[in-house]
Design a protein around this ligand. Structure first.
Ligand code: FMN
Length: 387
């Protein structure tokens, strides 16, 4: 870590004047990531958000296992943790061992996770993630065909517990099924609050269901959820409104990744679509908007002036976040908070390392991101005890 770099950042002030708390003391080099930040209902001790990361450690009934409480509690030093993507319904499930929030057994198991995070001094939001066309009958408890805005197949292959399989053509949702998916998001948000989460994040990014409604190639609908920009944004807007109604806008965030081509998404001209989406949801007063940047469309810079609330920025998967790139995003006023993904796999104490000037450890074995069990999951030690 280069202390001179932080010395240059000393006079940085947040664009969000109401949310910045203690500023750096005169004459000291303070990393802006270590400033506290006040969300409407929650004060974060620093500007680092642990980004949502699917890790597939739940059981086959989508119930979180105890090892997940250990994993998240180890990472309680983050200003805010956003959980891995959680299925709001059996229809929304992408993988069998992805956790859900649609049974009371799941709610009770999540309660043990949120209790562990809070006991360790942390804060945690639940990310609600509906797979849409990214689902597969082999990954559904009921063996059902995935539902999506239109019958457009995702590029395969997809992971199952029995190895990789070809994707299937999803069934286009009826208008009633679209309304049901809106309701499922709101019900899952209520379940998340019952499970002790501090809030929820709707996953409208990275090719999941709201993104499938927004993108050009996955939404060929002719009803009110398709067609022009107003139709394409409608599902994301209705989900956001329904979740805000269910748990309070100040307890929810929305994640978007405009232009992200992940899993075969095509958005020829994202700017007008996302500008209109923001114009519709900004007045609701959400806790934050979580934006993933993309080289094809610099969403952070384009959308920053169009969002009056808190912005969480992420550099995207093409460029792994470093302590320097994260600090620069905040110092340059491009975002209020920064979400950090992959480094949190191998650095449960990512923030403490920033404060102590200790470099982030590298991931040892990428093969262990998605297997069950503790290996590659809870066996990365904090710096003080790293061997
Ligand atoms: C193993 C893994 C799982 C991920 N799962 C999710 C997820 O469930 N929901 C989501 O919104 N993003 C997910 N992402 C994307 C991350 O949140 C983040 O945007 C990405 O890793 C880029 O940030 P980084 O450079 O700090 O890793 C995942 C990324 C990785 C590496």
């Amino acid at each position: 870590m280069d202390v001179r770099f932080y010395a240059r950042l000393m006079n940085t002030t947040s664009r969000n004047a109401t949310s910045s708390t203690a500023g750096p003391a005169a004459g000291t080099a303070v990393n802006p990531l270590l400033d506290a930040y006040a969300l409407p209902r929650l004060t974060l001790p620093n500007r680092v958000v642990m980004a949502p990361m699917t890790r597939l450690r739940a059981d086959r009934r989508a119930v979180p296992r105890p090892v997940m409480a250990e994993y998240y509690a180890q990472r309680a030093g983050a200003g805010l943790i956003v959980s891995e993507g959680i299925a709001p319904s059996p229809t929304g499930q992408q993988y069998l061992n992805q956790p859900g929030l649609f049974t009371e057994e799941q709610v009770e198991a999540w309660r043990r996770v949120t209790d562990a995070v809070h006991a360790a001094g942390g804060r945690i939001f639940a990310q609600i993630m509906h797979a849409g066309r990214n689902g597969h009958p082999a990954n559904r408890q009921d063996g059902g065909v995935p539902l999506a805005p239109s019958a457009v197949r995702a590029p395969g292959p997809l992971h199952t517990l029995d190895g990789k399989v070809d994707s299937v053509v999803p069934r286009a949702m009826t208008t009633a099924e679209v309304r049901q998916a809106v309701t499922d998001h709101a019900d899952a948000a209520r379940a998340a609050i019952r499970a002790g989460f501090d809030g929820v994040e709707v996953h409208g990014a990275n090719s999941y269901l709201p993104h499938q409604f927004l993108a050009d190639n996955t939404n060929l609908r002719t009803d009110r959820y398709g067609g022009d920009t107003a139709g394409r944004i409608r599902f994301a807007v209705e989900v956001t409104e329904a979740v805000a109604d269910a748990v309070g806008a100040e307890r929810m965030g929305l994640r978007i990744a405009p232009g992200n081509p992940q899993f075969g998404m095509v958005e020829r001209d994202p700017a007008p679509v996302y500008r209109e989406l923001l114009a519709a949801v900004d007045p609701l007063g959400l806790a934050y908007l979580h934006v993933t940047d993309d080289p094809a469309y610099p969403a952070l810079d384009d959308l920053r002036p169009r969002w009056s609330g808190t912005l969480v920025g992420n550099t995207g998967e093409h460029e792994e976040t470093t302590p320097e790139s994260a600090a620069r995003l905040v110092a340059d006023g491009r975002t209020d908070l920064v979400s950090v993904g992959r480094p949190y796999i191998s650095n449960p104490d990512a923030v403490e390392r920033i404060a102590a000037g200790i470099p982030w450890a590298r991931i040892r074995e990428k093969n262990f991101h998605y297997i069950s069990g503790p290996r590659g999951y809870v066996d990365y030690p904090p710096a003080a005890t790293a061997g």
